[in-house]
Design a protein around this ligand. Structure first.
Ligand code: MN
Length: 499
């Protein structure tokens, strides 16, 4: 399923007020709110449309507006602003009904106080400083999850925070409708890739169902030679093909097999309307190679992917790709593979996978190669090989603790590999985790994080912070401020079950 255009989605901008100050004040509130909504919508940080809604001044207005937001399929969230003072009991019914993510924009129309001119009328009109507190009390009292963004509405920093929330809201919207196809089960004996699919659908919305590999094999076999020719020609142009894979090369047959697998897999996913998929090298009956370049290219087109049956990873990759739509940097399935622990310091992680790393994170034009795969007993798979681009990135994962889900996110800094890796035939990323490898890896392990994160230079911790809050999932952040003692205490607290 292709990535949605986030510009088709809407955030509703709802302003709260009351009738105490007369119709003239309400006209001014409406005009100011239109201006703020337009400025947010015009910001390049905000990828969705920001739709101004008429000022709400009575309980019925609030309830009707928020119920309409619930049922509008284009609306991914609601931004609320208390321009004046909006007594919050009128918000209770609406907030209890609201089922879309909420952002509380705590701003005011004027940037500065007009010291010499300010009078009581001006102060009554521009009193979001306490109007926002009244609204905040109601949200906290009712236990309504929301993001509070404070600052002048024209500030870039405010636009960035609203934009991150809007992207997370699009990710949540995607999870609520996404369907993931599992081809084969999990890799045998692996624990962290397991989980409760009913709970995932209840909490996140994502539907995960299994399909026989035979269905895929039949589609792979049915791919026409003409389509295989065309796709191989695409590969010829898009990548630096290893000599044996080029037309007339002695491994050209392997490339054709890989193209056939991509055609079969793409057809299966398109026809089923799937947003992502998993496979496993332990169940490839009727498929010649473990899908390598196919999984890589499908990820690049926006599909979620999880290896070894890791459907939570597939859902996370898909949600992340939607959150990152239109941003530079890419999103990929990843695996923490091997450490670099030099005596001189500067510990690093080498991230990679057997094959399936997404070329959206590549530093340059990927090479296309064929090599044996030591496991699975299938023919040599064709894969894209590249180094990930340097720069800031995040690793994020979702685990099932049995009684709840937990999301874990780690800020990292990718670097160009310090040396050539001439014998490593897979795509890879080299990164330094924040605050340092010893703290980050211990924190990740204490938190129970999986070895299958989604890796993204396009996204930040804030996107996952907002997403986790929206879906009501616990979040553990590992960044420059992480201290292991504090982290362990917070993990202990979160494991205290409510009875
Ligand atoms: Mn793996």
């Amino acid at each position: 399923m292709p990535l949605p255009d986030l510009g088709d989605y809407e955030v509703w901008f709802v302003t709260g007020s009351q009738h105490l100050y007369g119709s003239e004040a309400l006209d001014r509130v409406a005009a100011d709110a239109r201006e703020v909504a337009a400025a947010l919508g015009a910001s390049h940080h905000v990828p969705v449309r920001v739709v101004w809604k008429p000022t709400v001044t009575r309980p019925d207005d609030v309830l009707a507006t928020l119920q309409a937001a619930n049922s509008d399929p284009k609306c991914v969230g609601v931004a609320a602003w208390m321009h004046t003072f909006s007594p919050a009991k009128m918000w209770i019914a609406g907030l209890r009904a609201l089922r879309k993510p909420l952002l509380h924009l705590h701003t005011q129309h004027g940037r500065e106080i007009p010291w010499s001119a300010i009078d009581m009328d001006f102060m009554n009109l521009h009193q979001s400083a306490h109007g926002g507190r009244e609204f905040g009390f109601a949200c906290t009292r009712l236990g309504v999850e929301r993001k509070v963004v404070v600052g002048h509405w024209s500030d870039d920093a405010v636009h960035q925070r609203v934009g991150a929330w809007a992207r997370a809201a699009a990710g949540r919207h995607e999870l609520a409708r996404a369907r993931i196809a599992r081809l084969g089960d999990n890799m045998r004996e692996v624990a962290v890739t397991e989980g409760d699919k009913v709970a995932a659908q209840e909490v996140l919305g994502v539907a995960v169902d299994g399909y026989g590999v035979g269905e895929l094999a039949a589609r792979v076999d049915a791919a026409s030679d003409a389509d295989v020719d065309r796709l191989c020609s695409d590969y010829d142009h898009a990548y630096q093909l290893a000599e044996p894979l080029r037309p007339g090369g002695d491994r050209r047959g392997s490339l054709r097999d890989a193209a056939r697998i991509e055609l079969g897999l793409r057809g299966f996913l398109t026809e089923g309307g799937f947003a992502g998929f998993t496979d496993t090298f332990e169940d490839l009956v009727g498929i010649k190679q473990l899908p390598g370049i196919a999984a890589q290219r499908l990820m690049a087109d926006g599909y979620g992917f999880g290896a070894e049956g890791d459907w939570k990873a597939a859902a996370m990759v898909r949600a992340s790709k939607v959150m990152a739509a239109g941003l530079p940097g890419g999103v990929s399935f990843m695996e923490d593979y091997t450490y670099h622990l030099p005596e001189s310091g500067g510990d690093l992680v080498l991230g990679a996978h057997m094959l399936e790393v997404c070329p959206t994170i590549a530093a340059g034009r990927p090479r296309c190669e064929v090599h044996p795969l030591g496991i699975g007993g299938k023919e040599d798979p064709v894969r894209l090989v590249f180094d990930a681009a340097p720069g800031p990135a995040v690793n994020a994962t979702l685990i099932d603790l049995g009684d709840r889900f937990r999301m874990i996110v780690n800020q990292v800094e990718a670097i160009a590999p310090p040396h050539e890796l001439p014998k490593l035939p897979v795509a890879r990323a080299v990164w330094k985790p924040a605050p340092d490898l010893a703290t980050a890896a211990a924190a990740w392990i204490y938190a129970g994080g999986s070895h299958h994160p989604v890796y993204s230079p396009a996204l930040t911790v804030e996107h996952y912070e907002d997403l986790a809050a929206m879906v009501g999932v616990e979040l553990i952040v590992i960044d420059e401020s992480t201290d292991l003692r504090t982290l362990r205490q917070s993990l202990r607290r979160s494991s205290l079950r409510r009875v």
